[in-house]
Write a protein that binds this ligand. Structure first.
Ligand SMILES: [Zn+2]
Length: 93
């Protein structure tokens, strides 16, 4: 279930596509605001990003190579990336 809670972030740009990012939603209900080391998916290019200490963003090229990532989290990331790409293509479902 997608958490509709929107967390405002310091404005920054996606390091992959340069889209301005100023907010993030959690992947679980009641997710706390993101902290350093948390992941997010860019709503512009679907690239997996990681929050830095200053809540800036770094690019993760291959999510499968992340150390210690839980398979459920990886599945959630893949699902979110798929949804973003579909949304941006403007295709119905
Ligand atoms: Zn992007």
């Amino acid at each position: 279930m997608i958490d509709e809670t929107v967390h405002r972030l310091p404005e920054c740009n996606c390091p992959a596509c340069d889209k301005e990012i100023s907010a993030a939603t959690g992947i679980r209900v009641g997710s706390p605001p993101p902290t350093a080391g948390d992941y997010t998916v860019c709503s512009g290019c679907a690239t997996l990003l990681v929050f830095t200490k200053s809540l800036g963003l770094g690019v993760i090229r291959d999510p499968a190579k992340l150390p210690n990532i839980h398979p459920d989290d990886l599945a959630e990331i893949r699902k979110t990336q798929w949804a973003v790409r579909k949304f941006n293509e403007g295709e119905p479902n």
